[in-house]
Design a protein around this ligand. Sequence first.
Ligand SMILES: [Zn+2]
Length: 447
Amino acid sequence: MIYRYGIECPGCQARLLLRVSVGAEIEQPFFVVCGRCHTVIKGKQVLRYEPHPGARLEMESAKLIDPQSEGPFVETISLNPDLPARRTATQMADEGGSSFLHNAQLLGTSLVETMRRIGLFRSIVSEDGAGLRRLGNFYLNKDWQRFQEEGRRLFGKNWPEPKKEWQYHDVLPRVFLMAYHPLLIGDWFQRFVKEWSDFLSSNKARLPEQRAFAEGLLAEGRVGDLQRLVLERFDFMATHKSALLAAIPAELYEDGMEKAIAELRLPRDDFDVLKGHYVDCYELAHRVLSILVGTINVVERGHQDSFDATICAALAAKGMNNFKNVPTLAVFEDRPNGPKRAFLKSVPLCEQMWDALLERELRNAVGHYGARHDLQTGMIIVDGKPHCSYLEFVVKTIRMTHVLLCLLHVLKMCHIQKLLTDPAPATATSVAAKPLKNRFKKRKPKK
Ligand SMILES: [Zn+2]
């Protein structure tokens, strides 16, 4: 369904015809760029169902004109606020003039799966978003009775009915895996879980020290604080689903479409809210990284403060003298985050994930006070220079979901290590490696 509107460009007074697709939201914000004077024009389409279905356009600065009135239109701009579009397409006849058809072409056989993922995530967070928030709060308050009731209400027959305390902890990442599964392209989480569980049980002689380290973290209240912060990030994603979902197709385009993809831009702008989320996820991951590295130190050298001397020396040789001597884990935490991933050498998949999903350059770029989304070009501009397209940034923001789930798993294992005599029971890890319901076939992560 498409509505047609006439507007007058506030920059050059050109008469423009807008063809706006009906999106998933009642209020659909978007922007267009005048092809003649390059003025950015912001507005939103507001749907109504009563007394009969229809829509109206609200523009920030442009004057509305009757599309049926006399006079030709200088330009026709078609847009679907929920999909990436070709920036240079201004007429329906142009390649990419219809963003839906253009996306269908780029997605090929993945079109159905893409639309299903978008629809599924939207319905999960609309129907169960509040329930998931409650479930998270009952968990953090250790109100196991209400946690159980909410879990049954949300998941019905799929709720695994946890009975012991370690099972309540075990179920939490699985709940979020199931709810956020539509956003996950690739199986980072499953591979991470396996690697971390194997690592935790790799040195039986260190199990008492591992347990003591986990107990210390729990006693400080650190694990609970970090879990709360991770759950807040999940909640943020539910609230800002429309900002994120518009970029989902870009994750699933067919190979060989790179040139076409580089020209795509999103017709909506949520940079101001999403940049904070990206930075928060990055910083949060590095707080949990201290737990990962502390655990590696314990398993390999018997104490959380015992850092790998060869890694310290290698970093110092590269000029990072901050890491030449790291006397304690507390000192490590105060050091700059960028080089810390080098200490993940013993868990190569985790290190790979850190490099692939937690980009220091992007974190610094979007965290820069002068970073902005230039709507005319669709690029993120930092210090006057383009860094990457806004679409690419949103795709990378969606990929943080993999990281958040892995963080939740690491924090869960702290509880489980404390509660169980055998810190890495086969049941806890093998169950966690699978979502409750495997709704989609697994795909290899795209480069
Ligand atoms: Zn104009």
